[in-house]
Design a protein around this ligand. Structure first.
Ligand code: LLP
Length: 433
């Protein structure tokens, strides 16, 4: 009935997440409210981990892309589930280390890391820095030398694969701010340069071909391209690079129109493609890394809102305004993202009204979605937007000085706050007269 499997309707007709009545959550914690289902988060982690264990013979690591949903509780879950972590700023790294995430399982991404971030990463003994450009390579080598350390690196390569996704989140093609281009020979030169850095060890190549992808072929294709490069490196430079990181990007179900691939199947196909290609090229099978974010955190989350004004503009549209908006979920405003919504009470009744769900910001583009199907609602009713666990809380803002909502985690029938909601005092905390 709903896009997310962990959502149900109880005997009272109320929506539940992880078995807990959403009206109770709203009453206890207020709205807007981010709710994350810990049991589903862990289940999603285990699906990836067991697939990688099964199909890569233990020679693989799943790195949770923390940008999709990052807080100490989430880092703790990823650590407990045996994951590695992809961080992309000192803030994400600091969060992970504060949660005692094992540093050696952290990789640090970014196309423009600050010097202080690289020093922080080296001093924290993280597993690898994903080097994006030559000046970073040189800088990092210097930092490692000064620290008397050898630092693991991956090199971010643009394999030139078009994964047919939204332009804004397509990062594998040559016109991208991320990484070294393969076609131009830049990637090969970068590998040569990396291998000559005395204080760095090249652990893996890396590519990330986009996000919210439903096909397996682009990954197989990208892996073949990357292995071709690794073969050239072996033949011409005499070095076998021991790892291949294929990034994240596995799509999730936001609406009934989305049919995500089965992640286990996905990993199996890609792992087999890698094995076959290695056999063909005479390469050892590299350690495989994947970096899923959205597909772990996305389906586990919902956002609860209270309906305010309902404005019917005859023969044009009906606006249902809620007490949050682009400050807690900017994805419609940014990408025209589609979501499913339902009333929390009488949740099983047909969603027969077509409405536009608007936020409370002073901006016409502040919508959760246009022409969404919803039950008839009135001011004071609760609604839930599904599959908001990824890139909602992590992309939230204080626009219009709206405090961020709390994040509540539900597990085994109980709930707890894992990120406190901001207060008005928090909003002015850093203001000076
Ligand atoms: N690895 C790298 C290097 C990435 O850049 C990303 C996402 C991931 C892994 C995780 O991708 P995922 O499995 O979550 O698709 N804010 C956008 C998504 C941006 C994705 C950026 N990179 C959105 O809300 O759709």
């Amino acid at each position: 009935m709903f896009v997310s499997d962990n959502i149900d309707v109880n005997a009272k007709g109320n929506l539940t997440i992880g078995g807990i009545d959403c009206t109770e959550l709203a009453e206890k914690y207020g709205t807007p409210l981010y709710v994350m289902d810990e049991d589903l988060l862990r289940k999603n982690c285990r699906r990836y981990k067991s697939a990688l264990d099964n199909f890569c013979g233990g020679n693989g690591l799943v790195l949770y892309a923390s940008k999709s949903f990052c807080c100490k509780a989430m880092c703790k879950i990823a650590a407990e589930e045996g994951f590695g972590l992809d961080v992309v700023s000192e803030g994400e790294l600091f969060t992970a280390l504060s949660a005692n995430f094992p540093a050696e399982r952290i990789v640090f991404h970014g196309n423009n890391k600050k010097y202080s971030e690289l020093v922080f990463a080296v001093n924290s003994n993280i597993g690898a820095v994903v080097v994006d450009n030559l000046s970073e390579l040189e800088t990092l080598n210097g930092i490692a030398e000064a620290a008397g350390k050898n630092v693991g690196i991956m090199l971010r390569i643009k394999p030139g694969v078009d994964a047919h996704t939204h332009d804004f989140i397509m990062t594998g093609q040559i016109d991208s701010k991320f990484g070294f281009a393969l076609e131009t020979g830049e990637a090969f030169e970068a590998i040569k340069a990396a291998l000559s850095c005395k204080h760095l060890t090249l652990k893996s190549l890396h590519c990330h071909i986009g996000s919210q992808i439903f096909e397996v072929d682009p990954y197989e294709y990208a892996s073949a391209i990357m292995l071709g490069l690794m073969k050239k490196v072996k033949d011409e430079l005499g070095t076998e690079i021991p790892g291949l990181n294929l990034g994240g990007g596995f799509g999730i179900k936001y609406t009934q129109n989305n049919t995500p691939v089965d992640y286990e199947k996905h990993i199996e196909c890609v792992a087999n493609a890698v094995k076959n290609e290695c056999a063909k090229l005479g390469l050892n099978v590299p350690k495989l890394y994947f970096e899923p974010g959205r597909s772990i955190s996305g389906p586990a989350g919902i956002t609860l809102y209270t309906v305010g004004a309902v404005k019917e503009i005859p023969s044009i549209r009906t606006y249902v305004s809620i007490d949050g908006g682009m400050t807690d979920n900017p994805r419609y405003a940014l990408y025209g993202a589609q979501y499913e919504i339902s009333a929390v009470k009488n949740a099983a009744s047909p969603r027969s009204k077509t409405v536009t769900v608007a936020g409370k910001c002073c901006e016409s583009g502040d919508l959760i979605g246009k022409d969404m199907q919803l039950q008839e609602v009135k001011p004071g009713d609760l609604v839930a937007v599904f599959a908001t666990g990824a890139y909602n809380y992590s992309m939230s803002s204080n626009y219009n000085r709206i405090p961020r909502p709390p994040v509540v985690m539900v597990s085994g029938g109980s709930s707890r706050v894992v990120v406190k909601g901001e207060t008005l005092e928090d909003v002015i905390r850093n203001d000076l007269d």
